[in-house]
Design a protein around this ligand. Sequence first.
Ligand code: SAM
Ligand code: SF4
Length: 342
Amino acid sequence: MTALPTPRLRPEGSGLSDGFGRVARDLRVSVTDRCNLRCTYCMPAEGLPWMAKAEMLSDAEMLRVIGVFVGLGVRQVRLTGGEPLLRRSLVDLVVGIAALKPRPRIAMTTNGVGLARVAGALAEAGLDRVNVSLDTIDAETFSRLTRRNRLTDVEKGLAAAAEAGLAPVKVNAVAMRGVNDADVADVLSWCLDRGYELRFIEQMPLDAQHGWDRTQMVSADEIRSRLSERFTLTALPDADRGSAPAERFLVDGGPATVGIIASVSEPFCAACDRTRLTADGQVRNCLFSEVETDLRGPLRDGASDAELADLVSGEMWRKKRGHGIGEPGFTQPARPMSSIGG
Ligand code: SAM
Ligand code: SF4
């Protein structure tokens, strides 16, 4: 990992810089904490209470806050959740984000259930790209992993995204030991056949039930060796990586590629350019933050854009050097992935 400088006191106008010299350009917005799947690495089978509607930002509030981030220098907005497609006003939100100046790139991470119905409308509204999460292409394993029998819907959603021109269509997969780790090459082969760009991500301690166990985690190295049993992987130079967390490989000489994100075993914190807004209006400078800054209260109490921007800058400045998983004293954040926005 690249060495980061020692933090200084926050200078005026620090914008989206943190005390280690990183600058956030990529805002992840969780538009809802609700979901229609129950992936075992994310949510318990039942019993996770949803946010009350009154606690959630309205469309107008969300757009205003996103506008503040864009004013500070955000260049990509990624809509996520929970399942973003469950927010009924999603198309309107995309229209609103696309009207901001300068217009940010707009991306979405979705489980793909229900995407077939709205992919065209979202593309027309201004959505540029989509990542669909799909961990297995085996129907029985899919039902076991997500606790729902919706594989066909996800497949249709992916096809609709490609049809709507949301290219390149990316697929995100998490490998779990004894569940789908033996399927990783099948998933790659399936994606290659359809022209989808696949990225694996190591499972992180962000599940609502706090059941993550490092000794059980399928590491990036392990995923690479399993893929190498069937494909020839050639690592692309790090220079092609920038702030993107995935190590990318040409598959069988290319041009197709596969990415592997070693978020736990080889963190990319030193190059992180992300910041996050939750559906209830909290700014988080990291997935693993134990603190957050409330914007909803000040917003509803009449704060100006400049005051909101100052709160955002303060939150960014205190971003830690790294997530610290595996270090003494690491504690999993109280807020689960489904409510932070992955
Ligand atoms: N529901 C949408 C979906 O599944 O794509 C968006 C939200 S989901 C929290 C965003 C991403 O986080 C998904 O790709 C999901 O696989 C990933 N994810 C969830 N829990 C995770 C965990 N514990 N470790 C690693 N990735 C996780
Ligand atoms: Fe829902 Fe996405 Fe979490 Fe799966 S990973 S339970 S689809 S929020």
